[in-house]
Design a protein around this ligand. Structure first.
Ligand code: DAH
Length: 334
């Protein structure tokens, strides 16, 4: 029977050598078919030889056959794992790794402030309206009682658009104030009116810690019978307290705006300092007339507040430019 044993040994030696030499899964598969293939192949040949053994030797050679077969199959399996390892490691999920954090986006601090302002003013009965950012002179100036010689109309103080005109050929500009929306609303509605409008305004200011050529305002307008300056002050005081969370003091300083009479500058007491937060006043009769309202029947107040100012105060932000730099380290704090 030594002949068979020799053949087993030779088979095993050659099989193990071929397995070790196979560099990849394809080569290994060829080796498997050659040495372990079920239909034909060298294992099959050996198996056929078993039948030729003497009957009393069969259990012995049968055992040898099985041992050899198992060793070759085991070697093949190990090698399979080895050649597959690099790919397996690339795709494997290591459950002990910390994992990829899901970065949740968040709303910009100015957007958050705008939403909160809308909410507060909504509770006071003001509805929110929108207006266009590209305006004509009628809405940005004329109807607001701003005459053509007024310094606010200086082309150098406004962003006029070179590439567009109104339907009647007049100049258009990026609105310099949200007061434009007062006019648009009154043109469309009859009194009473109680609205706020929040959005961007544009001015070619030199940019520094407190100035930006684009910023946000909240415009407010209330038109009804017998509206008073005292009501204006109450609304603004309640608003400031609602946003800043405590009893904020509001102060009016006499001022001038073409669209209000009387006009005031609105200051807010913050710590020991008075901070200017916007302008306000009683709507000028000329404005009411320009939109077809009867100034002897209705009166109203209007105000325009700088949204960044409030947000900066509340969060102790010392530079308005932070809002527009898109620095994620700044933005993710809100
Ligand atoms: N539009 C003014 C500005 O941008 C602010 C302002 C002042 C708005 C008085 C008003 C107002 O509605 O009544 O400087």
């Amino acid at each position: 029977m030594s002949g068979l044993s020799d053949q087993f040994e030779q088979y095993e030696r050659e099989a193990l050598a071929a397995i070790a030499a196979a560099e990849n899964a394809d080569a290994l598969e060829a080796v498997r078919i050659e040495f372990l293939g079920k239909k034909k192949g060298r294992l099959r040949d050996l198996q056929n030889l078993l039948g030729q053994a003497e009957p009393d030797q069969r259990p012995v050679v049968g055992k040898q056959f099985n041992t050899v077969k198992t060793r070759v199959a085991t070697a093949l399996e190990q090698r399979q794992q080895e050649v597959n390892r690099p790919r397996a490691e690339l795709t494997a999920i290591d459950v002990t790794l910390p994992g990829q954090r899901v970065e949740l986006g968040r709303r910009h601090p100015i957007t958050q402030t705008i939403d909160e302002f809308k909410d507060i003013m909504g509770r006071f009965g003001f509805s929110v309206v929108d207006g266009p950012e590209i305006e004509d002179e009628q809405h940005n100036f004329v109807a607001l009682n701003i005459p053509s010689e007024h310094p606010a109309r200086d082309p150098l103080d406004n962003f006029y658009l070179a590439a567009a005109v109104t339907s009647t050929g007049g100049p258009v500009l990026l609105r310099s104030q949200t007061s434009t929306v007062q006019i648009r609303v009154m043109e469309q509605t009859s009194p009473p009116v109680r609205i706020v409008s929040l959005g961007r305004v544009y001015r070619p200011d030199t940019i520094d810690a407190t100035h930006s050529c684009m910023f946000h305002q909240m415009e407010g307008l209330l038109i009804d019978r017998d509206v008073t300056l005292a009501q204006l002050k109450t609304v603004l005081s309640l608003f400031a307290a609602a946003y800043l969370g405590h009893d904020v003091k509001i102060r009016f300083r006499p001022s001038f705006f073409p669209f209000t009479e009387p006009s005031v500058e609105v200051d807010m007491l913050w710590g020991n300092d008075w901070l200017e937060v916007g302008g306000a006043g009683m709507v000028d009769p000329n404005v009411l007339t320009s939109v077809g309202y009867a100034p002897d029947e209705v009166t109203g107040f209007a105000f325009g507040l700088g949204i960044e100012r409030f947000c900066m105060k509340r969060h102790e932000i010392n530079d308005i430019r932070r809002f527009y730099e898109n620095d994620i380290r700044f933005l993710r704090q809100f």
